[in-house]
Design a protein around this ligand. Sequence first.
Ligand SMILES: NC(=O)c1ccc[n+]([C@@H]2O[C@H](COP(=O)([O-])OP(=O)(O)OC[C@H]3O[C@@H](n4cnc5c(N)ncnc54)[C@H](OP(=O)(O)O)[C@@H]3O)[C@@H](O)[C@H]2O)c1
Length: 427
Amino acid sequence: MACVATSSSRPYHLVIFGASGFTGQFVVEEVARTASEGPDGSLKWAVAGRSKQKLEKVLEQAAEVLGKPELRSEVDVIVADVGEPDSLAAMCKQAVIILNCVGPYRFYGEPVVKACVENGAHHIDISGEPQFLEGMQLTYNSQAAEKGVYIIESCGFDSIPADMGVLYTREQFKGTLTAVESFLTVKAGPDGGCIHDGTWQSAIYGLADSPKLQSLRRQFNHKPLPVVGTKLKRRGLLFFSDDIQQYAVLFMGSDPSVVKRSQRYLMEEHQATPVQYGAYAGIGGIINAIKLMFVGMLFWFFVKFSFGRDLLIKYPEVFSLGFFTKAGPSRKQIEGSSFQFAFHGVGYTEGQDPSLGTPDGKIRTLIQGPESGYVATPIAMVQAALTVLMEPTALPKTGGVYTPGAAFAKTTLIDRLNKHGIQFSVI
Ligand SMILES: NC(=O)c1ccc[n+]([C@@H]2O[C@H](COP(=O)([O-])OP(=O)(O)OC[C@H]3O[C@@H](n4cnc5c(N)ncnc54)[C@H](OP(=O)(O)O)[C@@H]3O)[C@@H](O)[C@H]2O)c1
């Protein structure tokens, strides 16, 4: 399959923007680890951000962690700031793909997408913010299509496992899959675990602004997705799941919105039967359920007021009971953590008519992988980028703003993830 080459005017396959952020540093390491999988066995890449000093420190650290001293001298540093459009344009002109790790995306994302579209660079992000994601689709889809630029969103733990997991489950089902519920469980090792407060901030501002998301969605003027077969029942906010043998809650992240957008695209472009989707997360025993309810109520209340948001942002450890921290997880904590995504699908076996009665077929699939935020996310982001570089003819025919499911449905992304420790299987 033809791959995308660099040129003298566009010298880098990948530029990691926000490389000095908490997540960015792990994306740098993942790119360095997988550089030999790039076109012609060598990926050309650079790091970018607003502080040259911080970027050099990140390269220094990656060189040490990976035992690759050459990173210090061989990887170029580009200084670019979201507030300076010329610097973004100069960065985008040099790259085939920008891996954008600068968040919260609601504040910093749009100028980067705009610069990519205007300067012909593809863009891959790890945003879990539906308002940003859907807003970019609304504003830039046509321009990106005209320019042949792929803006591929949500390529981290939000929402590659959920989106590709639904596609995988459908592929493995013999018949017409009509509904899937997913149950996410995250395990910490003996040292515990937490999430860096970059993600906490994205969640705070996202929830505070959720009414705007509704009005943004109305602008798409979409008809509701048709329900094929029996309608999937929504479960309660908190319930005990016999399937995963623990309490579970409705998953509040961006996965349902991303999966729905992919299903709409695949129905419109490939006449695929849309799959209904419900997302849940396991939270453990009754003590955890009580703690989560308490923290959740506090969060809902504080997020409504600007003084409340200031407090939430100032004291993430206190308000999330240590789940989000300013320091982020230690490397030991990251190494000890893992995730499991279980998909429970139902549908109609071959020859059965979905308009007649309840589904007669079931399927269970599983995705298992390493720590979600800083191991699985960089793996997913980098493999998404390599797929764009190595399999351009398997991408949608025109550029545009795409979810992972829409962009990668016809590619080998799932095989690539399998080879890198994010494993898809049928149970
Ligand atoms: N999809 C997922 O599962 C997943 C997983 C992890 C993270 N994320 C998302 O990734 C984003 C980053 O999270 P994080 O924890 O890494 O946050 P972070 O440590 O605060 O990193 C933010 C990055 O943005 C850079 N930045 C801020 N303002 C900038 C500007 N004006 N110009 C250029 N760069 C600027 C920062 O640069 P400096 O270093 O110079 O301050 C830093 O590199 C968040 O939106 C988070 O939700 C998603």
